[in-house]
Design a protein around this ligand. Structure first.
Ligand SMILES: Cc1cc2nc3c(=O)[nH]c(=O)nc-3n(C[C@H](O)[C@H](O)[C@H](O)COP(=O)(O)OP(=O)(O)OC[C@H]3O[C@@H](n4cnc5c(N)ncnc54)[C@H](O)[C@@H]3O)c2cc1C
Length: 412
């Protein structure tokens, strides 16, 4: 006689949701619902943007990753009825029922209601965003003639990045390297102009002093125009208005990229669950939502009091939480005691352009090409599934990870 497997419904196929699903596969009837057909390994999105890695490396289709033991449903979850234990997905008429539910929908870009930001600034969260930014850069380069004076070329090729956290720094350094390379290839005079805006008094505010000092030196060397304690007031189609020391400044730009913050997913905003003042779901150290023992929440939408603030909103936390969530869902479904876990800080690593990176090892910063390669090796080991890791590792080993230059229009 066969016993029916319990149903686990996982919403969101990112770091939290996908890794929970992979861990639980075979132990329950696992259904993974996600909006897109592919996972995104966001820590390597900058390398995708610069052409050092390809889409299939960092954004593989779920069907390649999950095999037959997980049911994948593409669609956005619209409503959840916690009492009836059912979920409505945009692409299906029938409701999905569950014995245990996992909420792992991540956040969305926060434009902080700044005038014009949502309308004109580019977000940077997925491969489509990276493609769009590359196209804008290529288009802008095509419009600049090699006869243009250095200052005019710089004015025509001015880009703004908003947010001086890890994302903004990693993106600005990649943009700088790609554009500098394009200047040389196209025989343009002068150099590109990358503006980086940060409201606080320091870059990479969440990171330690050692990495910060290395980052500051790198940005200075790369001629990135860092504007600290500067508030962005408005984004225009081709310009940015900012304020520093009560002085307003407007700069003409090709485009603005927005990396300044993450906000709550609209689905979570709608749900009546216990939350903190920022709208994060309050979760027990077992990963269960407070007062809802069959609902688990993790990743960017969840708040566990005990977790070190530096880990909040990171893939490394969502990844560690997924292992605990999977174990505890198994325990919950079989009536066993649930466990807790201490989440570790797995280290700091930053990409700094196409030839450089910074990795903190034993309190010391290792930089340069060695750090770049160490970061690649580290991230290969964190990609989902052995099969995908091996494929990607082999591709990087045999084919290399050389950046793809920005191309003129008409050349692929
Ligand atoms: C450019 C960038 C670089 C980053 N680099 C690093 C780094 O180097 N190191 C690090 O630790 N962290 C990094 N982060 C942060 C890290 O990516 C997040 O903390 C992590 O992805 C959070 O995992 P998650 O599972 O909560 O959400 P996500 O990984 O965002 O996954 C959420 C999933 O849910 C889906 N979804 C959303 N709404 C719905 C819905 N209504 N119905 C169904 N599906 C839905 C989404 O499509 C997505 O697939 C980076 C983030 C960005 C944007």
């Amino acid at each position: 006689m066969t016993t029916e497997k319990k149903k686990v419904l996982i919403i969101g196929g990112g770091f939290g949701g996908l890794f929970t699903a992979l861990d639980l596969a075979g132990d329950a009837e696992v259904t993974l619902v996600s909006e897109t057909n592919h996972f995104t390994f966001r820590p390597l999105l900058y390398e995708y943007f610069s052409g050092e890695v390809e889409a299939w490396h960092i954004a593989p289709d779920y069907k390649e990753l999950i095999g037959d033991e997980i049911i994948f449903v593409r669609g956005a979850v619209e409503t959840i009825d916690f009492k009836a234990q059912t979920v409505k997905v945009s692409t299906r008429n029938d409701l999905f029922s569950y014995d245990a539910l996992v909420l792992a929908v991540g956040g969305i870009t926060n434009f902080w209601n700044i005038e014009g930001a949502e309308e004109f600034a580019l977000p940077f969260r997925d491969v489509a965003d990276a493609d769009k930014l590359r196209r804008e850069m290529e288009k802008a380069l095509d419009a600049v003639s090699p006869t243009l004076a250095p200052q005019d070329a710089r004015d025509e090729l001015t880009f703004a990045v908003v947010g001086g956290g890890a994302s903004g720094v990693e993106l600005a350094t990649k943009m700088s390297d790609l554009l500098t390379d394009a200047f040389a290839r196209r025989g343009l005079k002068g150099e590109p102009h990358i503006l980086l805006f940060e409201m606080s008094d320091r870059l990479v505010p969440g990171m330690g002093k050692e990495i910060r000092e290395y980052v500051e030196k790198t940005l200075l060397k790369d001629h990135i125009d860092v504007n600290l304690q500067t508030r962005v007031l408005e984004v225009k189609p081709h310009g940015i208005v900012s304020e520093h020391n009560c002085k307003r400044n407007e700069t003409k730009t090709v485009t603005t990229v927005w990396t300044a913050g993450v906000k709550m997913n609209p689905l979570i905003e709608k749900l009546e669950l216990p939350k903190d003042k920022n709208g994060l779901i309050l979760v027990e150290p077992t990963m269960q939502v407070k007062n809802r023992e069959n609902v688990f929440a993790l990743g960017d939408i969840a708040k566990i009091e005990e977790v070190a603030p530096i880990l909040a909103g990171t893939a490394q936390l969502a990844f560690q939480e997924s292992a605990l969530a999977a174990n505890n869902i198994r325990a919950f479904l079989s009536g066993k005691t649930l466990k807790t876990k201490h989440f570790e800080e797995l280290g700091e690593a930053l990409s700094l352009g196409t030839k450089n990176a910074a990795v903190l090892i034993g309190g010391n910063v290792v930089g340069g090409y060695l750090a770049r390669d160490a970061r690649f090796a580290l991230y290969t080991s964190r990609l989902p599934t052995w099969h995908h890791r091996l494929k990607v590792g082999a591709s990087w080993f045999f084919e290399g990870t050389t950046p793809k230059p920005l191309q003129p229009l008409g050349i692929s």
